[in-house]
Design a protein. Structure first.
Length: 204
């Protein structure tokens, strides 16, 4: 059941970037955070303001104690491990310090980055550009994330990226990113897959 359309905090913002739904006792917020390029500039300022609004809403969700998953294209590479050549991205809106700081501030509220929690030292990417032969060179980025609230983080069983999908004919430049959760109080598992079809770095 859809519980929210749009991120609160700016009634004038008509962009379709956030939708929230209750599914099997879990609240799932799916988002497409602004790209922000070129940076600095108006688009980058909008990205940072949107991030602030997301952080405020995320804090309110945590306060309810409800099991929550925030899933989507955050357009952020949180660390140097999440980008194939960090030195080439220092001025990009996806990797600027302000954006990474905003992401880490979100995690500091208590959210768990599911993929990184289970693969702390691995280079795992979710996106490969269509240009410059990025897929063949494995010149990827990890910009799609699934964040878990404390009330559900201990149910995390598995998390990964179906990277082979990116090699399919006419594939999206993103590969599906997914988590598997154990049932509350049980041993059966359920998978929450975040489809990234249609989200590209060229987006706004």
């Amino acid at each position: 059941m859809v519980t929210r359309r749009g991120l609160p905090g700016d009634p004038a913002d008509a962009h379709s970037r956030y939708i929230e739904a209750a599914v099997d006792g879990i609240l799932i917020g799916c988002l497409y955070l602004p790209n922000g390029n070129p940076a600095p500039g108006p688009k980058f300022g909008y990205k940072l303001r949107w991030f602030d609004r997301l952080a405020s809403h995320a804090a309110e969700l945590l306060a309810t104690g409800t099991p929550v998953v925030l899933a989507g294209d955050f357009n952020v590479m949180p660390t140097e491990l999440d980008v194939y050549k960090p030195e080439n991205w220092v001025d990009d809106a996806l990797f600027r310090p302000e954006v990474r700081q905003a992401f880490h501030g979100l995690l500091a509220q208590g959210w768990t980055d599911a993929v990184r929690a289970l693969h702390p030292g691995e280079r795992i990417y979710t996106f490969w550009d269509y240009f410059r032969n990025a897929w063949a060179r494995n010149a990827g980025l990890r910009i799609d994330h699934l964040l878990l609230s404390p009330s559900i983080a201990d149910r995390l069983v598995a998390a990964n990226v179906d990277r082979q999908v990116r090699g399919w004919e006419k594939a999206s430049d993103h590969a599906p990113t997914w988590i598997e959760l154990g049932e509350a109080g049980g041993h059966r598992t359920q998978r929450r897959r975040r489809s990234t079809t249609g989200f590209g770095r060229s987006g706004g």
